[in-house]
Design a protein around this ligand. Structure first.
Ligand code: ATR
Length: 283
């Protein structure tokens, strides 16, 4: 890793494994152009057992901030000296910077990014009845912001029910009593909003819940792509609309950019440009 001169702009990166297909460089470069910020943003693939030495080398060479993606968000939460409340709840960090008093500070902008995208998509009441499918890292990252901002009631259902129970208990312990865990088999609608936070789509699968829970609901998949298996299935099951997580990706990036640069970029032009790119078959 080389030290960069000021003429090349402040240096940022996303660290993951794999990371080759990350859209983050495109997003942050677009934000930088839009806000006249001079930055460089790269992808860094860390070895699976080498997150800490990779992130230390990055900051040691002058890096100003980084995003962290799969599978290192948990490692990142243990690495930083200070955690924001969302990151502390999720045990997961997706944004790191050097804090004002020195020392690394870790944030989790995934949940607030999801909430921001849902606000774009849904107008109407704040107190929605929300079903969250999944209870792994992704679900833990979004559950608390969802409850605080949008969900009057949150139902959590997971293939392994104990994990849904544990997440509901963790929310209650964090002062959020309006979450309950329900098994896939016992699940019944209707819901205003059904969010897929499982990784079933990686294998082109969908969670094994009754299609009736989707009926009339707004379906949202944390994964993004030209057409995700969850979105396809949700529409076929009677969802009134299905949206993938591209907007969340852009919104979580905007919150990270604001933490680093002190200026909030416009998300919508960037989301639309990426949508067009995905629809045209790009990655
Ligand atoms: P992530 O960080 O993507 O959330 P994770 O912590 O491994 O990854 O969690 C994966 C989530 O997807 C879990 O909720 C998992 O369910 P289990 O806890 O029962 O393993 C869920 N998941 C993965 N494949 C699934 C499938 N085919 N059907 C339903 N849920 C699935």
């Amino acid at each position: 890793m080389t030290e960069l001169g000021a003429e090349e702009g402040d240096r940022y990166a996303v660290i993951g494994h794999p990371v080759a297909h990350s859209l983050s460089p495109l997003i942050h470069e677009a934000f930088a152009r839009q806000t006249d910020q001079h930055i460089r943003y790269e992808r860094i693939e860390a070895p699976l057992n080498g997150f800490v030495r990779t992130v230390e080398a990055f900051f040691g060479a002058g890096g100003r901030g980084c995003n962290v993606t799969v599978p290192f968000k948990g490692d990142a939460s243990r690495f930083v000296a200070h955690l924001d409340p969302e990151a502390a709840f999720a045990d997961a960090v997706n944004t790191i910077l050097v804090g004002p008093a020195g020392g690394f500070a870790g944030y989790n902008t995934d949940g607030p990014g999801l909430v921001a995208d849902l606000r774009r998509l849904l107008d109407g009441p704040r107190e929605l009845s929300v079903l969250l499918l999944g209870a792994g890292g992704a679900a833990r990252g979004v559950a608390r912001p969802l409850l605080r901002a949008l969900a009057g009631r949150l139902t959590i259902a997971n293939r392994t029910p104990e994990r849904a129970d544990a997440l509901a208990r963790r929310l209650a312990d964090a002062g959020e009593p309006n979450a309950r865990a329900v098994s896939f088999a016992e699940l019944s609608g209707p819901f205003d909003l059904v969010i897929n936070a499982t990784s079933a789509g990686l294998g082109d699968r969908v969670p094994a819940v009754s299609a009736s829970v989707l009926e009339g609901a707004f379906a949202y998949d944390l994964m993004y792509g030209r057409e995700t298996s969850f979105c396809r299935w949700a529409l076929a099951s009677g969802a009134r609309r299905a949206e993938d997580g591209l907007g969340m990706l852009v919104c979580q990036a905007a919150l990270a950019f604001e933490l680093w640069r002190g200026v909030r970029p416009e998300t919508e032009p960037v989301r639309q440009a990426l949508r067009a790119r995905l629809d045209a078959g790009g990655t």
